[in-house]
Design a protein around this ligand. Sequence first.
Ligand SMILES: Nc1nc2c(ncn2[C@@H]2O[C@H](COP(=O)(O)OP(=O)(O)OP(=O)(O)O)[C@@H](O)[C@H]2O)c(=O)[nH]1
Ligand SMILES: [Mg+2]
Length: 187
Amino acid sequence: MISFICSAKDRSGFPQTEKEVVFVGRSNVGKSSLINTLYKKKLAYVGKTPGKTKLINFFDIDGRYTAVDVPGYGYAKRSMEEAVQFGRMMDDYFARKDKIALVIMITDVRIGLTADDEDMKGFLDSHELPYVIIANKTDKLSNNQLMNSRHKLYKDMDNVIYVSAEKRRNIDQIYEAIDLHLPYSEG
Ligand SMILES: Nc1nc2c(ncn2[C@@H]2O[C@H](COP(=O)(O)OP(=O)(O)OP(=O)(O)O)[C@@H](O)[C@H]2O)c(=O)[nH]1
Ligand SMILES: [Mg+2]
């Protein structure tokens, strides 16, 4: 069974979990959409305007692991107060890095990795956190444009999974990546 555990804005609200798969990325790349597609349920709030997800949301996935939806980074229209709170919330979250089984970094296939994404990648590398990169919204590109994006925007990197959350394209590859990073469990 898949169920919502809680939302939290700082460490006082984080639940007791063991293995987390966390979805990060710039605002509006489709983190919440991808979570809903992966788990076939309207778990996370999807919005037309960036900055929709404001708290860290925890979901129990079949008792196997915890999926975590976090607010997007690189969203300029936050107020100063919001930006400070956002930074603190993410610091609190990543301080528990021993719990993180896999980071799923989502990007927009039409944009590739931005400076914010490169910062996040540097952070993940320096903390030796395992991650995969998702290039989402492939339904917005033709096959030719997609080839161009792979080559030019993603430099043919081999840990990129090209998907469409909206059209359920290549979603199985994400399940495989998650399974690979969880200790073996039955069922
Ligand atoms: N065409 C297309 N649109 C998508 C896809 N995935 C998400 N979207 C759209 O992109 C917009 C943002 O989606 P969200 O899932 O709310 O994005 P988010 O990354 O959670 O955004 P924040 O919570 O603001 O950080 C929505 O209008 C979605 O419908 C996709 O695969 N294809
Ligand atoms: Mg969201």
